[in-house]
Design a protein around this ligand. Sequence first.
Ligand SMILES: [Zn+2]
Length: 349
Amino acid sequence: MRCFVFSHGTKYITGDARTYLKKLEEKSMLEVWKEKAPRQSEFFVKFPTQFNNISREIWKWSIEKGEEHAWLYFIFGSCQYLPTQNRVNKHREHASQYCLLCQSGVVENMEHLWVCPALAKEQMRLQLRINGILQGLPFALDKVRPIELNHRDDWLLLATKDPLCDRIPDDRLDALTRDFWNANKHKQFIPPQSFSKAVGKVLRKTYPQALSRNLLSMLIDLFCLNVEGKSNALQHYSRFEVWCSEDPDDKDFGALGSFLESDLSGKNTLAFPEFPDIEKAIRKAEEIINSPAPSRVIMFLPLNMEHKFLVIADLSECSIFQNQGPPSDISLVLAVNKESLVLDPIDGA
Ligand SMILES: [Zn+2]
C-alpha cells in the first residue's frame, strides 16, 4: 500500500480530490466570465449566492415540468441578454431602439423593462408578490423611518444656519431637499454638508421672474407637456416631470442640463429662449421635431422672429409672469412632428 498527499498552492487537499478540482475549475471559469463579459455577469457579481441557489431551483423546476424554454429564459434574463430593441438593433440608428410597447421614445433595454408603462400590470404583480414575502419576515411590520427622511431632516437643520435661507419659503426649502435627494440618492455616500453648500450657491444667485403658474398649468394640460425647458433650482414647477437649466450647479438638484444640449426627442417641452440664444433654440426645436420619436416644443418667441412653426397665440397684451409683470411682445408657438400628433392629438378647442 502506498500513501500520498495532494497539495495545491499552500493547501493540503482532504476528502475527494475531484470535488476540489471541480471548485477550482468553477472559480477560474467565473473569473473569465467576469472579465470577458462584465455586463452579462453583472447580476452574478452582485448576488453570487442567490444566483447559484435560484439557478439550481429553476433547473430543477424546468426539468420537472419539461419546460426547457423556462431555463433558457432564465439564462438570457439573468445575463441581461434578452432580445430587447436595444440589443437587437444595437448597430442601427438610435430611434430603432425605442420601446415598441409604450411608444414613449425611450430606448428599450433591461432597465426600461422594469419601468415601462406598458408593463405596469406585470410590475405591479411582482411588487405585490415581493411585498407579500417581505411582510412574512420577522419585524416586517415595525415601521422603519425611511433613510430619505432622516437625510432630509439633517440637511434642513444644517442649511437653516445660513441666514440667506430665510429668504425662501419653508415649502421651497423642503422641495429643494427632495430634489437634492432624488438627484443624489444613487450615491453610496452623501456628505452631510453637501446640501448646505449646494443651497448656499443657489441662494447667492439672482433669478428672473418666474412664469405664471396658471399659464404653465394650462399649457401642460393642453399640450401634455412634460419638460420645462428653462428653469432653475428655485423656480422649477413640480408639475413638469423634468426640467432644464443653463446653470451647471442646478444638476445637483436634478436639472437635466441645458435646453440646447439635452436630448429632448420623444418629449414634450416648453421653451422660453432669450436673447442671444433665440436662433439657436429655434434650430434646436427643428432638430427635436425631426427625430422619429413623437416630440413637440411649445415656445415663447418674440413677435417679429422668423420661424417655420405654427403660431398659436399673440400674447403681446398680457403678462406671462407670476407677479403680473409688464406685458411682453411675444407669441406662443408650436413645433410638432406628425408622430406626436398621432399619439397625442391636440385639443383644438
Ligand atoms: Zn416601454
